[in-house]
Design a protein around this ligand. Structure first.
Ligand SMILES: *[C@@H]1O[C@H](CO)[C@@H](O)[C@H](O)[C@H]1NC(C)=O
Ligand SMILES: *[C@@H]1O[C@H](CO)[C@@H](O)[C@H](O)[C@H]1NC(C)=O
Ligand SMILES: *[C@@H]1O[C@H](CO)[C@@H](O)[C@H](O)[C@H]1NC(C)=O
Length: 435
């Protein structure tokens, strides 16, 4: 053997080993709670866990909190010590690396681009007009007619990266959805494929229903739970929308005058679901937005009407049954959580894993869904007025605004920045002017 060949024989394995060593070191650092070493104020997962054990109450009234993050970890989201999960982290890392060329591309256009778009990729001037042919098209429709493609077209004028196609619900072909199948919940469905398959085989329905699916132009409203809806008599206006989206346990019964009576779908996670069967409205779709692997397991029990075995891993008590037939149950596409978090709001990527302050609220997830699937989008009941601490937080209960505290999972102020852009650019209409 020639000396140069010998050298290569030795060099190659060394390079490979060196790379593995380097990457394992890199990969293990940035997982859970890595910031806690720099910033004593930020609770690590371990601290969060012990906080829960000691009975420190939830950070916020309605939102998933520390305990949820904890159960996510319990359910197999890799921790720092968990070597077996390395490929997952590596893939998440790969996804992050792939994003960089995109950023570089933006920069390479030069300083003009830097001054026109904000960090998230939204135009700084949000009053940009639609392309002329669309202005004509919509201008020629009679007043009050639904404008096909309006929300997506408006969105694309302020956010050029916007791609409309993203189905509302998972269907039997869900594994084709490349953007979500490499992320663990809540940003994808990785590790949950089998359970999702068994749910979808039984529900057999993956759309809004024949009537709504065949509409050429759909108007949707996402009704938030804010006290701001009280005494505004918006019920009949809300009911005029083709699709009325409601969230979690927000009651309709008894509040019809203010919030309407129609519910096309109720999007919820287990802890947020209505617990009393008699409080469910008739004829609405029950849509799961899963934030952790356990949520899929819970849904399977609801679909198959099985008894719940243990409630460990939920951050509060959950519904024991959902009075809905399998054909009325759907799974929300997790892409909307991912897109809202990382693209629209700009929450910390954290290797594609749930972490401090990187989960969007359900309301923003629902709005993101609507941008992709509705022609016109309105919202009502969004926004908190912190200057009125005694005002009710929710329209359906007497908890006060002052009960809201800083959340571990959400970043309400960053989220609000995003929603303000949508309202300012007329991508969405805010009936209660709370955003
Ligand atoms: C209607 O469309 C025509 C061209 O198709 C255009 O010239 C006209 O300005 C449009 N009307 C409105 C109100 O936009
Ligand atoms: C709504 O009106 C009722 C009856 O007038 C009143 O008792 C209640 O305080 C009002 N709620 C809000 C949020 O203003
Ligand atoms: C929210 O985002 C801001 C700006 O990035 C950051 O300073 C703040 O710490 C974040 N809050 C939480 C709860 O993560």
């Amino acid at each position: 053997m020639k000396p140069t060949h010998k050298l290569l024989f030795i060099l190659c394995p060394m390079l490979v080993l060196g790379f593995i060593y380097y990457s394992s070191g890199k990969l293990h650092l940035p997982v859970w709670g890595q910031k806690s070493h720099e910033d004593a104020e930020e609770p690590t997962v371990a601290q969060a866990k012990s906080a829960e054990v000691k009975g420190i109450p939830d950070n916020s009234v309605e939102e998933p909190t520390v305990a949820q993050a904890k159960s996510a970890e319990v359910q197999g989201i890799p921790g720092r010590e968990n070597d077996a999960e390395e490929p997952t982290v590596a893939q998440a890392k790969g996804a992050e690396v792939k994003r960089i060329p995109e950023l570089e591309m933006d920069n390479s256009v030069g300083p003009i681009v830097g001054s026109v778009y904000d960090k998230q990729g939204f135009l700084l001037h949000l009053d940009t007009k639609l392309p002329q042919e669309l202005e004509y098209k919509y201008g020629n429709l009679s007043e009050g007619t639904c404008k096909p493609g309006y929300a997506a077209a408006k969105m694309a004028t302020i956010y050029p990266k916007f791609l409309k196609s993203a189905p509302m619900f998972l269907d039997r072909n869900f594994k084709r959805l490349a953007k979500v199948n490499n992320y663990l919940p809540p940003f994808g469905f990785k590790t949950q494929e089998r359970i999702i398959d068994s749910i979808l085989t039984t529900t057999k329905n993956y759309g809004l229903g024949e009537e709504l699916d065949s509409l050429g132009c759909k108007r949707c409203i996402v009704v938030g739970n804010g006290g701001i809806l009280s005494n505004r008599s918006l019920g009949s206006r809300i009911d005029e929308y083709d699709v009325v989206v409601r969230l979690n346990e927000a009651l309709v019964k008894g509040y019809g005058k203010d919030v309407g009576t129609k519910t096309t779908m109720r999007i919820t996670y287990p802890e947020g679901a209505i617990q009393k069967p008699e409080n469910y409205e008739k004829d609405s779709l029950f849509v799961l937005s899963a934030f952790k692997p356990l949520d899929f397991k819970w849904l399977r029990q609801m679909v198959f009407k099985e008894k719940m075995r243990g409630t460990d891993g939920f951050w509060k008590s959950v519904a024991q049954s959902v009075p809905r037939e399998p054909k009325e149950i759907r799974i929300l596409n997790p892409y909307f959580i991912q897109e809202a978090a990382f693209q629209f709001i700009g929450l910390p990527f954290n290797n594609g894993l749930m972490g401090k302050g990187n989960i969007p609220t359900l309301g923003t997830v629902a709005i993101t869904m609507a941008l992709h699937n509705c022609d016109e989008v309105a919202v009502a009941g969004f926004g908190y007025d912190m200057n009125k601490p005694h005002a009710p937080l929710h329209y359906y209960e007497s908890v006060k605004m002052s009960a809201i505290k800083e959340s571990w999972t959400h970043n309400i102020s960053k989220e609000k920045e995003f929603l303000r852009k949508l309202v300012k650019a007329n991508v969405i209409t805010d009936l209660t002017n709370g955003i």
